[in-house]
Design a protein around this ligand. Structure first.
Ligand code: MOS
Length: 747
């Protein structure tokens, strides 16, 4: 791709607007914001997983020079506004706020927050907080004995899947297991809070400044306008920063009580329990088909790890039920409550675990049928959503498979397991799997200002979590206004901006981008109306900082806007998804979670991808390497092929990581996560990843929104673990039904 700094607009691989600031170190992350006279906070965490605090002595901690406050359940003693768990319509990452009782619900729970003039004093004091526990038995693993499965209220039923399965000629029935995982964004969780005249200013890494503002206003019982949330740069998020983590509330409370700004940076190890995580899951998949390979029954039973303190369910049935044409579909979900911190959103929360099982089972069916796994999927492509019967807003999955197979060289594959061997004896395996992700949308506002010199500013309280949102939102405005990209500035990540959506569910470009598009078009309309009242505006265009009139004559933007009072044209827009009513839109714009789709009134909208992997396995040691990955995706219109490709590539690498490396191991005797650092929590580094090829099909979706973009971020991870597991089977003949797949699984 050529580097293009000159021309903005949609479809151009513009380099990242924030790149230089990040590379030069001038981009300010949450913990970098200086508040005058800041005090520093440190955490003390529970060493037991369940029970009560039986003795608490803070005298030694309070005696450390420079210590200003030791906040515990005894000293906190303050009633807070009634704000709820994010998955119950609130904004908190957990229903449980530490320091509000002597109860211990999970290992690593915050049991004190120590504040001092220096970080060193705070950390020393945190170590000196003396606590004894009345310990009770705890289960941090959903596999512990005595735990029960709680079925979900609803499932999905089409036809009679049980009967069709019982009568089928060819069938697969297998169970697949995925572990708990932790996000581990490179930027640690942090919060820096300052109060002034009863108003709260808080800096934290956030995927949702508007929701954080609304939630904190409720917690502290103050008007929403009196909370300011600032998060211009986020060093990775992946869902962990989409809701208010409990420590944020505690830091703001401490700052208010102390009458002084307080800053906390959560250390890496503490992040495993102070933040959230992807819960463990188990999928039983039953597939039945005719000898010719037509699916006759698709059944998926998912069990997910939940928490005693919060019910969390991430079944992937909404996506798996839509993958293949089958007259009989049955999907069920259940949860198992465990003694852990509340699980939360983590990149494709439902789809990533459920597709590992589902797409592994499709491969097992292909083997049972003796049909090529790519062809099996194409044979069962549904013309419409098999559940609702609605048409797709767009679905180019077959095209993704055809193109991906060609790019990968799938036709070179000998289907017999263990048959492809390199000259040195290395076993070679090829595998494939389908990826999908719902294309939901949320309401968003935006403001666009065009000045006489052609410069343009876009304002939106959306977020760039490292994905390129600064760049693509500017491109949308540049495209409408015909200005070069270097004249566009984008301001995001502050609650003073026009409302933006949560940066989750891969919705930012489609949602905030649609609002920017709407505001930019309003600016353009005013420009047209100003330059030539009474002329046919539909025949006017904007290019190169000029308005081109119907007769072909050109008028410079500088002349038009220069003559206006204020010397600018500025427009605000409130955008909502097609199927959303005004009330829901207003709730969303006020910081509530308001999603529309992926199933709308007239269409069903998902992004799709076909993913391929080549693994190389040492015949003796059984070490597994991913030599190549190919992903071909159809995600609607791509605003910026450079940033979209990076998102998808990142997802694929994370998928490889998930397949072979990632697992939050649970010390079941002590009921806690055991590998809470980046030395023992393994994930893919450069040497773990070979060639990665990403291609995006030119897809036009006229239904999903005015700019035609569907979800890009999360779809990249979804099919990769199964594609790699299927490749491992192809290389070795060993079917591994759990991740991570380790060398010992192949012995
Ligand atoms: Mo992502 S898990 O939708 O923040």
């Amino acid at each position: 791709m050529d580097i293009n700094m000159g021309n903005g607009g949609i479809g151009v691989p513009v380099v990242r607007r924030d790149a230089m600031a990040k590379v030069l170190g001038v981009a300010q992350y949450a913990a970098d914001f200086p508040h005058e006279n800041t005090a520093y906070a440190a955490l003390t965490l529970s060493k037991v997983a369940r029970g009560r605090i039986s003795r608490l002595d803070t005298a030694a901690a309070e005696a450390v020079a420079g210590v200003r406050m030791v906040l515990t359940h005894r000293s906190l003693n303050e009633s807070l506004g009634d704000e709820t768990f994010v998955m119950k319509g609130g904004h908190m990452q957990s229903s449980f706020l530490p320091l509000t009782s002597d109860e211990i619900h999970y290992a690593g729970q915050i049991v004190s927050l120590t504040i001092a003039d220096t970080l060193e004093a705070a950390e020393e004091a945190a170590r000196l907080v003396a606590i004894d526990y009345a310990r009770e038995a705890a289960s941090a693993s959903m596999d512990d004995a005595g735990l029960t499965e709680e079925p979900a209220d609803s499932g999905i039923d089409v036809g009679d899947a049980e009967a069709a399965f019982a009568a089928a000629e060819v069938k697969v029935d297998a169970t697949y297991v995925t572990p708990a995982q932790h996000h581990n964004p490179i930027e640690l969780y942090a919060a820096s809070a300052a109060w002034q005249d009863g108003k709260l200013l808080i800096n934290l890494p956030s995927q949702w400044v508007m929701g954080t503002r609304a939630g904190l206003a409720k917690v502290f019982g103050i008007p929403i306008e009196d909370v300011h949330v600032e998060s211009p740069y986020v060093g990775g998020a992946f869902g962990a920063k989409a809701s208010i983590l409990p420590h944020v509330v505690l830091v703001a409370m401490a700052a208010r009580r102390l009458g002084r700004p307080v800053k906390l940076v959560v250390p890496r190890e503490a992040g495993f329990t102070v933040g959230s995580f992807r819960p463990a899951a188990r999928s039983r998949v039953r597939l039945a088909a005719t000898r010719q390979g037509k699916l006759t029954a698709v059944m998926h039973d998912e069990v997910g790890q939940s928490a005693v303190i919060d019910h969390v369910a991430f079944a992937g049935m909404e996506a798996t039920s839509k993958m293949y044409a089958s007259p009989n579909i049955r999907m069920r979900a259940a949860t198992v409550a465990t003694d852990v911190n509340s699980p939360g959103f983590m990149r494709a929360p439902a789809e990533a675990p459920s597709f590992f099982g589902f797409e592994s089972a499709m491969d097992e069916l292909a083997v049972a049928l003796g049909i090529d796994p790519v062809e099996l999927r194409i044979m069962n492509e549904p013309a419409r959503d098999p559940v609702s019967g609605l048409p797709w807003s767009s679905r180019l999955l077959v095209e993704c498979y055809r193109r991906g197979a060609a790019l990968f060289g799938w036709s070179d594959r000998n289907p017999k397991p263990g048959s492809m061997v390199a000259a040195d004896g290395t076993l070679i395996g090829y595998g494939c799997a389908t990826a999908t992700y719902p294309s939901a949308m949320a309401p968003s506002s935006a403001r666009v200002r065009l000045s006489a010199d052609g410069s343009c500013v876009v304002y939106c309280a959306a977020h760039d979590v490292g994905t390129g949102a600064y760049t693509v939102l500017g491109q949308v405005a540049a495209d409408v206004l015909g200005v070069p990209d270097e004249l566009v500035t984008v301001e995001m990540g502050h609650s003073r901006h026009p409302s933006g959506p949560v940066s989750g569910g891969s919705i930012t470009t489609g949602s905030a981008g649609s609002a920017v598009h709407m505001a930019a078009r309003a600016v353009r309309e005013r420009l047209f109306a100003t330059v030539a009242a009474g002329q046919d505006r539909s025949k006017m265009t904007l290019a190169d900082r000029h308005v081109v009139l119907p007769d072909g004559s050109r008028r410079a933007i500088s002349d038009i806007i220069g003559g206006l009072p204020g010397g600018v044209i500025e427009e605000h827009a409130d955008w909502k998804p097609t199927d959303m009513d005004d009330k829901t839109m207003q709730q969303g714009l006020a910081g509530g979670m308001a999603f529309a789709g992926p199933v709308g009134g007239t269409h069903v909208s998902f992004s799709f991808g076909a993913q391929f992997a080549e693994v190389r396995i040492d015949p003796l040691l059984r070490t597994i390497r991913v030599a190549r990955m190919v992903g071909v995706f159809a995600c609607g219109r791509i605003i910026n092929p450079r940033t979209a490709r990076s998102n998808l590539m990142g997802g694929m690498i994370w998928g490889a990581s998930s397949a072979l490396l990632e697992e939050s191991q649970i010390d079941r005797a002590r009921g806690r996560f055991a590998n809470t650092d980046l030395a023992s929590y393994h994930f893919a580094a450069n040497a773990d990843v070979g060639e990665v090829v990403v291609e995006m099909l030119d897809e036009h979706d006229s239904v999903v929104n005015a700019i035609g973009t569907k979800a890009v971020g999360e779809v990249g991870i979804v099919g990769m673990p199964a594609a790699i597991a299927n490749a491992v089977y192809h290389a070795t003949g060993v079917r591994v039904r759990k991740t991570p797949i380790l060398m010992e699984d192949l012995l």
